[in-house]
Design a protein. Sequence first.
Length: 164
Amino acid sequence: MSKGSPGPTPGFLVWRLANKWRVAVDRAVAPLGLTHAQYSLVASLHGMQRAGERPSQRRLADHTGLEALYVSKLARALESAGLIERTRDPRDPRAVQLALTEQGQAVTRQAIAVVQDLLQQLLEPLGGLDAARTRAFTDELTALLDAPLTPFPPNDEKTQGTTP
């Protein structure tokens, strides 16, 4: 909450919604042996593969917004589970390319269906997945995600006298 604001701040609400979504997806995909982060990786990889791409770990990190080191850790765990394969990029021996295995494709398709049902539930108050309010909400979220954020140091004059 901010000083002068009668209710929760937009940042607090975004944080709460992100946590609500993460917990719900974690619970929904757990029976398939996935976590929310793993789901984000395999679902993104699924979409990229369908578009004809065999992304590197770096490219997948950029696409998902996850740290490259975290994507590497997730990829190793998913490889151990038999869901993805990691191979050296023939054009760049330092890069690792990722692809879903047949088992990974099957699990990912199931997970996507489960999460789509969950997404429909989440968006029901806005009229559902195909509603005008949902499209507007998606546009607003995209605008926020596209806006650069530059944190100020704690002793910066812009943060003096403010409450976190």
